[in-house]
Each structure stands twice: as C-alpha cells, then as structure tokens.
Design a binder for this molecule. Structure first.
Ligand SMILES: Cc1ncc(C[n+]2csc(CCOP(=O)(O)OP(=O)(O)O)c2C)c(N)n1
Ligand SMILES: [Mg+2]
Length: 432
C-alpha cells in the first residue's frame, strides 16, 4: 500500500505547509499519514449545494472553476496503439447501442425503462478490456459497455430490454439482469446496490478453493458505496486477499442526490484505507487511465495479493434512467463534462498521434453503424415469448443445472465423522 504524505482536504485546508509544530505536538512516530495515487491530470474541485425554494422542485447550485481547460489524455503505460483503437471502437459501439435503445424506447418497443452510461463509456469499456477471458465481471446498470467487451453481442442487450424470446433470459427480465457463468464469466447484475461485491468476492473464493487466483471486476456508484453490504463484501475480500477489483463510479449523482450530500470524504478512494487495501483515483473519462489502473489491480488479483479499490471520477450525463430528465442538475456542470466527453477525447488522442487516420476513423464509425443496424434488426425481429413458456426456467427443477467445480476439485479437509472428536482448534473454518 502506498501511504505517505498528508492530505489536503480540498475544502479549505489553510494550514501553513512549513509551520513549526506546536509545542504540544505528538511525536512524529505517532502520526500516520497516507496518500492515494491519483492518475488524473486535472483535479476539479466543485461544491454543489441545495438551493431549493419553498415547495419548488429540488435544485442545486454549483461553485468551482467551470472554465478550466481540458487536459490531454494520460498515455497508457501498457496499451499498444491498436489496443487503444479497439477500446475506442468498443466505446463507440456502447454509445451507439444506447442511442439505438433510446429510439427503440421511443418507438414503444422497450418493456420498462432504459439506463444509460453516457459519459461513462471509457470507464466501462477500458476496465472490462483489462480482463482476460478467464477473469470475471459483475456489471451494474450503466456498464453495458463492459458486457459488450466481455462478449455479449448488442442484440442480446437490446432483446433483453425488449423482453424478447431470444434474449438471454428468454424475455423473463426486461432490463439488464443477464449473465453467463459458463463461457463469458459474467455474473448477472443485482439491483440491490452493493450485493455484487460479496458475490464477486465469493467467485474469487470459489476459484481459490479450486486452486486458482482470479481477478473479478465489479462496480458500485457514489450512492451505492454507502450500503452496508459494500463494506461487508470488500472487507471480506480484503481479509481473505481475494482478487476483487472494485471500481467506484463516482459520477456525482445518485438519483437526484449530489455526491456532496452523500459522503464527507474528499475522495471515495480514501475508503480503501479503512479496508487496508490499495486505493487509486482515475479520471473516468480517460480510457487510458482506467485501463492502467484496472490492469494493475487485475495483476495484483491474479498474484493472490487481494483486492483494489479504484475511484473513477466522471459525470452521469443523463438522468438516472430514461424517465428522468435530470432538470435538477446545474446546466454548467453538464457543459463542463461535455467538454470532457470520453469518446471525443480518445478520438482526438488517436488522431493526433496518427494511430488512426481521419479516413480510418470514418471507416470505423461507418462499420460500427452497419453492425448496430444489423443487430437492431435481428433484435426487433425476435418474437415475444410464447405465453406457454412463462413457467419455464423460473425455478430450478429436476437438476436444471448442476453446480460443478470450474477449475478443479475443491481443496477441502475431510469432515470429522464424530463431531465429539472436534478439537477446539478445528472449530472455525479457515478458507485458505
Ligand atoms: C440497497 C439499495 N437501495 C436503493 C436502491 C434504489 N436505487 C437504485 S439506483 C439508485 C441510485 C444509485 O446511485 P449510484 O450508486 O451513485 O449509481 P448511479 O446511478 O449514479 O450509477 C438507487 C438509490 C437499490 N437498488 N438498492
Ligand atoms: Mg452515482
């Protein structure tokens, strides 16, 4: 863990940096100071406060330097030019698929709502790109890009939203609760915020008991990180040194609650200190930073050294879901982050470096459009489920799927036949 230096609270810490310590100061050996690696090339400092008028709608005002120039991307330590182009393509596919979903919703073809990851494509796609085939993913609602990178075709996600018979859940879920534990190693999202964290920790534990350390990536929002199960799951992973990679997606809003009204720490990565694990901050609109931090966390996970908490700072560029116009978000905040659009930033980065020519770029965009059109048509053409199939695949009956070890025979100790023979030292089950 990299821990050193003192932390400015960024909210008005005016202590002189070189002042002599007061006479009653503690000996320095009693002082523990920490630092959190921060990959960002800019550190926006905004405060958002509630300024509601009596019985008016909820509204906020923002203070901070909203005219700051947009920094360049931080070149990746690990990615080759071609890999950067691949991530850019995934991000385009992610955004254009969500635009197609919005249109399908407006055409009345979607059953239920639609959730968007607008402005967060770099976080979803570049983090999932750091996973290997054998690694696991537990996406949340805004991580549709992660699902694409992990191998779900856009038609699966579209059919899921339209509750079509051909969807991965055969039309039984009309949102994003799709997974694939056999091939792609994706745990279906769990709506209860935070619950994926102990589940993914459990996946890592299962692999450990079968003789393998794996990386398992999941996400939690700035709102969801306050839940108790987040603490329980991450603490368990920390104690057991499980390969959990937790990205805290700090997109500044949880429904209509701004981050400033959600927690008091300056950076959510500081939470890592309380778990005794590394914490790192990245600009969530910089795909290179997201990739590098996730790659390093995955490598640590595969070495069996335990979990990492990555805070990705960015902005939810739409409302909570399609029903929410986000009228409560101060317009200048949207403007600020629109200039930091993750796709435009990566596109400029690739063009400036000549890793992609303007013609290649246009060809790539056209190709993504063609792919999506074919995927959309296939999704729309899928029938609605036959009512007779309603009871099927709801309950696990007649051994519909067997629970079998994935990586090897679990290493467990033989049970003691006569419980009276248990020694006190064997009373607790240790998992390593
Ligand atoms: C334990 C729990 N509490 C409340 C909810 C309802 N809920 C769903 S999404 C959401 C807001 C989440 O905000 P955040 O975690 O910041 O994620 P974001 O939507 O910004 O990606 C809430 C309160 C829930 N699903 N689970
Ligand atoms: Mg949020």
């Amino acid at each position: 863990m990299a821990r050193k230096n003192s932390k400015s609270n960024g909210k008005g810490d005016t202590r002189p940096k070189s002042a002599a310590p007061p006479a009653d100061a503690q000996p320095t050996s009693d002082l523990r100071t920490y630092s959190i690696p921060d990959y960002r090339l800019e550190k926006p400092e905004f405060t958002i406060s509630q300024v509601c008028k009596d019985d008016g709608p909820v509204c906020y005002e923002i203070r901070g330097d909203l005219d700051a120039p947009v920094p360049p991307l931080r070149p990746s330590k690990y990615l080759q030019p071609q890999q950067c182009v691949e991530i850019y393509r995934w991000m385009l596919l992610n955004r254009k698929m969500e635009q197609a979903l919005e249109n399908l919703y407006k055409q009345g073809k979607v059953v239920g709502g639609v959730y968007f990851g607008l402005g967060q494509e770099g976080c979803s796609c570049a983090s999932a790109y750091a996973l290997r085939q054998e690694d696991w993913l537990g996406p949340m609602i805004r991580n549709q890009g992660s699902l694409l990178v992990k191998g779900f075709p856009p038609r699966d996600i579209m059919m899921q939203y339209m509750a079509k018979a051909g969807s991965p859940t055969f039309g039984k879920d009309a949102s994003s609760h799709l997974g694939d534990i056999e091939e792609r190693h994706v745990c279906a999202p769990i709506s209860t915020l935070g619950d994926l964290i102990p589940v993914l920790a459990g996946v890592c534990l299962g692999a450990r008991l079968q003789g393998r350390n794996i990386a398992a990536l999941t996400y939690i929002g700035d709102g969801g990180q306050s839940t108790g199960v987040t603490y329980e799951g991450l603490n368990f992973a920390a104690v057991q040194k499980l390969g959990l990679v937790l990205i805290v997606e700090n997109n500044l809003w949880g429904y209509s609650t701004p981050a400033d009204m959600q927690f008091c720490v300056k950076d959510l990565a500081e939470r890592a200190l309380a778990y005794g694990i590394p914490g790192v901050i990245v600009d969530g609109t910089d795909a290179c930073q997201v990739y590098d931090a996730t790659h390093e966390a995955c490598e640590r996970a595969r070495r069996g050294e335990g979990p990492t908490l990555i805070e990705a700072k960015m902005m939810r560029m739409k409302g909570h879901a399609i029903h929410d116009a986000a009228a409560y978000v101060p317009k200048p905040l949207f403007e600020y982050w629109r200039k930091r659009d993750p796709i435009a930033r990566l596109e400029n980065f690739l063009l400036e470096r000549k890793w992609l020519s303007p013609e290649q770029n246009q060809g790539l965009i056209d190709e993504v459009d063609r792919q999506l059109e074919a995927e959309r048509e296939a999704a729309v053409a899928s029938p609605m489920p036959d009512p007779a199939t309603t009871p099927q695949n709801v309950y696990c009956e007649n051994g519909c799927h067997t629970m079998k070890p994935k990586y090897g025979v679990p290493r467990v100790r033989e049970a003691v036949p006569d419980s009276t023979q248990l020694k006190t030292s064997e009373a607790a089950v240790h998992l390593r």
